[in-house]
Design a protein around this ligand. Structure first.
Ligand SMILES: [Zn+2]
Length: 65
């Protein structure tokens, strides 16, 4: 699945705050994402992150990849 900086993605598992949408802030060996609801930032290995992505939301439109 392809995504870019600034994209908003949804994850299969919700954050503790109940939100499942995250903004991509950094892409590298590790990906940094920010919860769009509570603002919490987390980093995880890109391979792990890719497995958790459910869909990509960009400009409030669902893009099929
Ligand atoms: Zn959150």
């Amino acid at each position: 699945m392809r995504y870019n900086l600034g994209d908003v993605i949804t994850t299969k598992k919700k954050h503790v705050c109940g939100n499942d949408q995250w903004m991509i802030e950094r892409i590298g060996a590790e990906v940094k994402v920010k919860c769009t609801k509570c603002g919490r930032e987390i980093m995880m290995m890109k391979m792990e992150f890719d497995k958790r992505i459910k869909s990509i939301v960009q400009n409030e439109k669902h893009i099929t990849t």
